[in-house]
Design a protein around this ligand. Sequence first.
Ligand SMILES: [Zn+2]
Length: 358
Amino acid sequence: MTKITHDIMRKIREVSILDVADRLHVDYSSRGGRYRMCRCFMHDDRHPSMWIKPQENKWRCEVCAKGGSHIDLVMEHEGLSFADACQWFVREFNLFSLNDHQRFFLPKRKNTQVPRGNCVVKHDSKEFGIISDEYLTLCRGTRNTFCHSLVENKVLTAQQMEHAAEAYKLGTTNDGGVIFWQIDEKQRVRDGKIMFYKEDCHRCKMRKPSWVSYRLIRKGELPHDWKGKHCLFGLHLVTGRNCNDNKVIAIVESEKTAIICSEIFPCSQERKPITWLATGGMSNLSIDMLAPLVGYKVIIFPDTDTEGKTYKQWREIAKAAQQVLHHAFYVSDILEREATMEEKERKIDIADFLLRKQ
Ligand SMILES: [Zn+2]
């Protein structure tokens, strides 16, 4: 196994999709122009319905509604994970870098370098505390400024708000805050993030977000040494691995974006159901958080800014997660490509962008 470094990744990207098609014995028309047509290998294709765009290193079958980069082509054709497809490129095109050879002469380091979250992929409840789900029932409700403002400002209809509040089990504190519960894939309540919003749907900057666990510790309802572990907001919606393998998981930064998108964009263009999850902050994404999503198609949507900071950071984490978990996590660059400068200055998210497009 070759370590997939930045350098190797760059070399993989430089390989032409036509060379990849040749290796895979995917026959394409020799006609010039922007598109090459070929018979799709995924369905019984009599008339070529798959195209390859050599200039962009892209392909797609319109019938199967599948396509992507030349790496996706290898993954699809050979039935490989992203990590294994990268290894395929290294073997087929001899993409070794100097670093690789140098590595043999260096003492082995114990841990491979990853940006955040270490390599600990354990989910043992003895490791972290859990909050009783009685609190979920106790705090259930939409009588908070967050839910109220989304309806008042016509972001969601009252019915959509109720529906989303039910799905995400939103709660309300007695001082008007909204509780974004973090419930994991095993339906364990990890914690609840309390946030305050203004009537215009924006966060109230005067009031800092807080946690249900802090309040319970202060009230003596949780022990002082209680230690929790955060998970993705909405993770409890990711269940039934076997029956829903066509499900798409989308990850965004803010809980609000996940809630809005879940109502407005419940399905992908290919009519696949999307489950919207949130990290709750730019610096919260970690390998640990992504671990329960192995096996699903995961697309990560970073917010944008003028320097593409979140995009770069999240792409690094997704890459590291790919290596550790041997599963592909796609990071969408749609905002980096398509948001205007003015939108980047406003640091818009995918919900803002899609709503504008509508
Ligand atoms: Zn096809």
